[in-house]
Write a protein that binds this ligand. Sequence first.
Ligand code: CTP
Ligand code: MG
Length: 335
Amino acid sequence: RNLKWQIECRADIGRLSAPFLAIYESLIPAEEEKAKQKKLLTLLEKLVCKEWPDARLYLYGSCANSFGVSKSDIDVCLAINDSEINKSEVLLKLADILQSDNLQNVQALTRARVPIVKLMDPVTGISCDICINNLLAVVNTKLLRDYAQIDVRLQQLAFIVKHWAKSRGVNVTYQGTLSSYAYVLMCIHFLQQRRPAILPCLQGMEKTYSVTVDDIECAYFDQVDKLHGFGSRNKESIARLVWAFFNYWAYGHDYASNVISVRTGSTISKQEKDWTRRIGNDRHLICIEDPFEVTHDLGRVVDKFSIKVLREEFERAAEIMQHDPNPCVKLFEPY
Ligand code: CTP
Ligand code: MG
């Protein structure tokens, strides 16, 4: 297995960048979509403020982290500064308010892992999930957005990887494959590891931004406009990076011993995190450390069946990137 990690990249990799870039461009949301999202957020703010004058609404997830493709739903967090609240009651009340304002398909899912209200706005056609006080998600959304400002190859790689994962059916957490958030962290980690590095480790630098959320200190260097050109000594093309990304996850990553960690800009050992055996439902078969909630392994959804599916998909993608005459077609073929 590990011998393949040493293989040399195909000689014609350069000619593959144009079609990958064309796919990336086609996935970028139009400006008018962003405007519609803003409009819906403003409407929601107006409705929410009547009931909870001190509450705030934040966008998080792909609509705010720079990794959203066009026609995505939006994720909203309602922040209520009161530790006494009962989330279910707030969600039911919120659903009531939204329903009486002509929003459609309003549903309160109070027993979900992350309880939310779902709705669809008939004016903009946008669907939306609203959660309560999930501020860590708002902060990790900012971290991802800040990383995206540093080198455009992150956004390109992540769009391609997310598009691949959706096409191949390996972006379904309830089936034991990985979340989009996990794939983006895998891309960031991968670009931190290139030599020369394409991305820095923001949490390892001077802390210019710091908030404490749920007793977790979230701090890092967020003046990313000063980091423009950070990765410019590395000239790797997007096709070469896609090739190397899949090679890494197919043949290079040490699944038995290593955890990838954006927080440290490196890999750390499973031993060190005590992620060496199954505890409850956490099996740690592929380990991706959350940058702030460091006890959280984003690979914990993966089980002994889905790890096989995932690794076979990484190998399939690596093979296609190495040998297929037209990888941009084959890579994204529906499964
Ligand atoms: N999130 C998190 N922890 C997880 C999964 C998600 O904190 N285990 C938060 C992150 O802030 C993430 C957001 O929830 O940005 C949305 O997650 P997800 O749906 O996986 O990512 P999106 O970027 O919204 O991707 P998609 O385009 O597939 O909707
Ligand atoms: Mg989402």
